[in-house]
Ligand binder design. Structure first.
Ligand SMILES: NC(=O)c1ccc[n+]([C@@H]2O[C@H](COP(=O)([O-])OP(=O)(O)OC[C@H]3O[C@@H](n4cnc5c(N)ncnc54)[C@H](O)[C@@H]3O)[C@@H](O)[C@H]2O)c1
Length: 445
């Protein structure tokens, strides 16, 4: 690099870095969902001007009207952000105004269970014509190692920009845990890997303004792989504990008591809870991003496949436990009235994505059960791509509970009164280890 070019590079970098430190920079957050919206609020809180970009005009309209569409994000916070200049838009030409563009769009699997990169690629293609010198582009969506370098970098370079000199590119995975009261965007440490060292330094400076601890890593691929390791670690350990649950059940041992006992070991053991199967946008999906990429290198990811197999069989296993329990009471699943408690994928959130509760409802319906649900987070059964139930949430009261043959606890929201359920339900199938003591009307599944 010539001295002149190097000085030019330092200038662009220095100007951008200074704008981040002085909080005069404008931040563009692209994709205003569970990840993007909390990030918007955190940047606003820290004095940045923020533009939110999303292709969903309904979300844009709601935000600009000071409304929230995520239960755990209060509308007051959106209104406060609006008062501080936050604005949402579906007009991507506005991205030119942003000094940092942070991409938080979905990374699902397609019908062949392979990475569906439409959203990430669609986003960078929409941003591309408006990119300008002196911007930082950060991808936060969970993805396979190589995405930033192989998909984003060439598209940015095709505009004639030199990455690391004109535009800075990083991958910085999101670790949001919706509903977790112990950690916030600010206190969850953030990994940041750059396309070049300059890119990484610019990225670290930006995130250091809003996050207590930023952890730099040597490349975008390391950052991408770190996120996958975290989620695969969970998927595999949940698979292990689900397998242990099936074995313990056959042996007449309460797996939850075992986990509580094992958790007293102060080192070398991390407790994972068994359940009705995996749910959410991340754990059932992300591991298969690595499986797909590993194939390019002639490798099989056997732990991932095995955990996937165990975890995806859990809804069937729960149904078999429920069937046996009804059978013991001289009843068939067909025509039985079943109330599913909790349809979110985990407790205390309003997110139904990939929820095993919904899969269990499908299986029950196929077997002819009369299925109802109760979930304070979903007054109406949510619109889902693969599931269609024309149902509304039923009350969970002593009188209503007596109407059902079985109450199946699929998601252990704190809002349910479990002591009352135990007192009034005829039969309970508990997939979440809510109850610690055996009872005549209780089956652990
Ligand atoms: N939800 C979580 O807890 C969580 C945690 C860690 C990581 N992640 C990862 O973060 C990413 C985003 O997840 P999410 O849960 O926020 O998803 P989400 O579905 O809640 O939000 C994504 C948003 O992106 C918008 N969008 C889609 N295509 C777009 C485009 N081309 N341009 C602009 N906006 C577009 C959608 O309209 C939506 O509002 C995913 O890769 C996910 O794996 C999610």
């Amino acid at each position: 690099m010539s001295a002149e070019r190097s000085a030019h590079s330092r200038d662009t970098q220095a100007v951008l870095t200074e704008a981040f430190r002085a909080r005069t920079a404008t931040i563009g957050v692209v994709g205003l969902g569970y990840v993007g919206l909390p990030l918007v609020l955190r940047f606003v809180d820290q004095g940045f001007r923020v533009i939110g970009l999303d292709i969903d005009s309904e979300k844009v309209r709601k935000l600009n009207a000071g409304k929230s569409y995520i239960k755990h994000i209060d509308a007051t916070r959106i209104r406060q952000a609006r008062a501080k200049g936050f604005e949402a838009t579906a007009d991507f030409s506005r991205s030119r105004k942003a000094d940092a563009l942070i991409i938080c769009v979905p990374t699902p699997l397609d019908e062949h269970r392979e990475p569906d990169m439409r959203f990430v690629i669609g986003t960078i293609d929409e941003l591309k014509p408006h990119l300008r010198k002196g911007q930082l582009v950060s991808l936060e969506s969970t993805t396979y190692p190589g995405t930033t370098d192989e998909e984003l970098a060439p598209r940015i370079e095709s505009r004639g920009f030199k990455i690391g000199r004109d535009i800075f590119l990083v991958f910085s995975p999101e670790r949001e845990d919706p509903g977790n009261e112990h950690f916030s965007t600010q206190t969850i440490p953030k990994i940041c890997g750059g396309f070049t060292r300059n890119c990484r330094n610019v990225g670290v400076t930006l995130y250091s303004q809003i996050i207590d601890r930023v952890v730099p890593v040597s490349s975008t691929r390391v950052a991408e792989m770190t996120k996958l390791l975290e989620n695969i670690h969970r998927a595999v350990n949940i698979g292990l504990v689900n397998e242990m649950k099936i074995v313990a059940d056959r042996m007449g041992i309460d797996i939850h008591e075992v986990i509580r006992a094992a958790s007293t070991k102060p080192f070398g053991f991390v407790p994972y809870q068994p359940g009705p199967g995996l749910g959410g946008h991340c754990i059932p999906i992300d591991p298969f991003y690595l499986t797909w990429k590993a194939r390019e290198y002639g490798l099989n990811t056997r732990f991932i496949e095995l955990a996937g197999e165990v975890n995806s069989n859990m809804p069937e296993w729960v149904i078999s436990k429920l069937t046996d329990a009804l059978n013991a009471r001289r009843k068939s699943v067909r025509e039985s009235r079943v109330l599913v408690l909790g349809i979110a994928y985990k407790k205390n959130v309003d997110d139904p994505r990939e929820s095993p509760a919904v899969e269990i409802m499908e299986l029950l319906r196929e077997k002819g059960a009369r299925v109802a649900y109760s979930d304070p987070y979903f007054p109406m059964f949510p619109k889902m791509r693969e599931h269609d139930f024309n149902l509304r949430s039923q009350p969970c009261t002593p009188t209503s509970l007596r109407r059902y043959d079985v109450v199946l606890i699929a998601t252990n929201h704190a809002l349910f009164d479990y002591a009352m359920v135990k007192k009034h339900a005829r039969l309970i199938v508990d997939t979440r280890g809510v109850y610690q003591k055996p009872a005549r009307n209780l089956v652990i599944a």
